[in-house]
Design a protein around this ligand. Structure first.
Ligand SMILES: [Zn+2]
Length: 95
């Protein structure tokens, strides 16, 4: 077994396999999630959620950003928001 990979979130060091990458829309709604156990870096998380770098560049221009958080926080704060549809804006149309 390899040594456990860890990440630093704020002042806390946490094992990556207990974290998730959350992709946030500009409006503050979550758009996607990738398990950090599978995709340890932010770049890989983007590539999991978007097929092409071009799409990633578009997403960043739209104001989307990636955040690493613990799975605990994901469950408590974000999972429910993922189930609710974003009512703020329609995206993807112009890109
Ligand atoms: Zn929204």
């Amino acid at each position: 077994m390899a040594a456990p990979r860890t990440a630093r979130i704020g002042a806390v060091t946490v094992p990556l396999d207990k974290c998730d990458w959350v992709l946030w829309r500009k409006c503050g709604c979550p758009r996607g999630v990738a398990a950090a156990a599978d995709v340890p870096t932010e770049d890989k998380a983007w590539k999991t959620l978007y097929a092409r770098w071009k799409d990633i560049a578009h997403a960043i221009r739209r104001g989307e950003h990636m955040e690493l958080m613990t799975h605990e926080r994901w469950c408590a704060e974000v999972a429910g928001q993922m189930l609710a549809c974003c009512t703020h804006e329609q995206d993807g149309g112009a890109s």
